[in-house]
Design a protein around this ligand. Structure first.
Ligand SMILES: Cc1cc2nc3c(=O)[nH]c(=O)nc-3n(C[C@H](O)[C@H](O)[C@H](O)COP(=O)(O)O)c2cc1C
Length: 147
């Protein structure tokens, strides 16, 4: 059996509901899940051994990209003290394509993870507006196939 860590930040509950669906889908595929709100954890959790790490943040801000407010300090601490080489990651987040930087937090996370040596297993999930279950189910299947 494989295990997976899901860390998410969510202000109005959208990214949290995506994390819940991903968690259910991975459980159904026999993963053991640790799902944590980012406000309850520090980056040290990324030093723990999981087969798969999933990070999710919505995007806020007007002119510049802002992480979801609880996720911002976690992202700031994702620095050179972490060595993520050999670890498998997938990224997800909610946004709104009417903003200039659609899901900018997802883009920033992808970049940072690559810099820290992590492997991104597949294209990130960028949800535009209300999360649709089928879209999440399909993406999670892609993650499982690639992990
Ligand atoms: C003031 C404000 C700024 C936002 N800025 C962005 C943005 O820059 N890019 C984007 O993709 N979405 C933006 N959004 C949309 C949110 O990311 C979207 O509503 C998302 O579903 C919130 O997810 P959450 O409930 O998980 O926090 C913004 C929303 C608000 C209200």
């Amino acid at each position: 059996m494989s295990n997976a860590l899901i860390v998410y930040g969510s202000t109005t509950g959208n990214t949290e509901s995506v994390a819940d669906t991903i968690s259910t889908d991975l459980s159904n595929a026999n993963y053991t899940i640790k799902k944590i709100n980012v406000s309850d954890v520090g980056v040290d959790i990324l030093n723990e051994a999981f087969d798969l790490y999933l990070l999710g943040s919505s995007t806020w801000g007007e002119d510049e990209i802002e992480f979801q407010e609880d996720f911002a300090p976690f992202y700031e601490n994702m620095n050179g003290d972490l060595n993520l080489s050999g670890k498998k990651f997938a990224v997800f987040g909610c946004g709104d394509s009417s903003y200039e930087h659609f899901c900018g937090a997802v883009d920033a996370l992808e970049e940072r993870l690559a810099k820290l040596g992590a492997t991104l297993v597949c294209e990130s999930l960028r949800i535009d507006g209300e999360p649709e279950e089928s879209e999440i189910n399909e993406w999670t299947q892609d993650v499982i196939n690639a992990a």
